[in-house]
Write a protein that binds this ligand. Sequence first.
Ligand code: GLN
Length: 449
Amino acid sequence: MIKEKLKLIKSGKLSAVDNVKGFIDKIKRENKKMNIVLHVNGDAVEQARVVDEKIKKGKTGKLAGLGFLVKSNINVEGLIANCGSRTLENYKSTYDATVIKKLLSEDAVVLGMANMDEFACGASGENSAFGVCVNPAAKSRVPGGSSSGAASGVAAGFCDFALGSDTGGSIRNPASHCGVVGMKPSYGMVSRYGLVDMAMSFDQIGPLAEDVAGCEVVFDVIKGKDDNDAVSRDFVEASSSKDLKKMKIGVLNMSADPRIWELVTNRIKEVKGDKWKVTSFNLGHVDLGIQTYYPIVYVEFFSGTRKFDGRKYGLNIDEVGGKEVLRRIIGGGEISKAEFAGKYYRRALKAKKIIADEFEKAFEKFDFIILPTVPKLPHKVGKRLSLDDEYDYDALTVLANLAEVPAISVPVGFVNDKGEEVPVGLQILGARGSDEGLLGVAKVFEGEE
Ligand code: GLN
């Protein structure tokens, strides 16, 4: 756990070098079989040595000596940000993303770059051009995606925390499948500068860790307005002052595996305080989440990938991209062409606004909204799915991206499925800007697993 680890490092009981070297050695020993880390930072131990020097001089950063993994679509100077794609296979970053700058300035150390679905398109981890990674919590199952390596890396004990990106669930989905905590901040809360776009009106960077407190210390460092990202801003915290003993909780009725719902409702009962008001409710258009999300993603992804034509960066994506990436490029191109009729993209933007307004109204009634993170258990690696079945994984996570609100997934237990214990996550949504309050309430919901 990060907080305890920080105490050990700050008190001198554990050196940054020993912490970082411990992770690097473990990665070197175990990663061949797990395929979680695509590139190890060869300078990590040396960087930890510098941190130890600073600690000796009494200049200790907030995250001094912690080791972290970075999803391969976030730029770290000198490391390969291949986005899980052959297109950028050898692309070495020339600069640090804002989030990386902030973490390094608090003396955290990058351990390496984590596996992911190609260009963050996917919900299983199987769309990586470098092969799927192992889900350490349920070995026959997919780890989830697209931040597959970030979640698996935390679950495998390869790092203190990891950074992922979430466009429609890519932090929360693998967190749920791997039994760890993953948080998507409010849109605009964390700078996207240095993140390779998937769909820019949804993308957010966020932390994954073993517990909520771990996500909290990282979030605290990476949040905030950045002049390099025009949509980033400082939010006035809406609900950090919420009295956790007296809360109005809405449980959003959505369809999901009954075994998952059972874990979620049981946890609510377990933690419910005397003065909590828990109400189950419906929202009008949330069933259209997937149909609203994908047309927007296709168009923005199509537009964002035009720079990968092989002239400036890597290879031509249209020639070497995987199946899902090409589907979105071709689909996005077609939708853009048909756009003079305002049929798809503009319609989807209208639907997005309707859904966002519905959530805004719901947050006038409730402090927080709860639902499962993912509607079904992760499938076995290699199982063929229809496109509908693939996209269905996102039905409960895209809502927070459409509404631009913060959301977090915390482990809620396991379902025994065909003889295997499979982790399940509970999802909590807060009003836009209430990220700190959300972390507070998430601590109440996290169990002992
Ligand atoms: N699974 C969703 C998609 O493929 C979400 C991906 C993400 O959040 N990056 O679009």
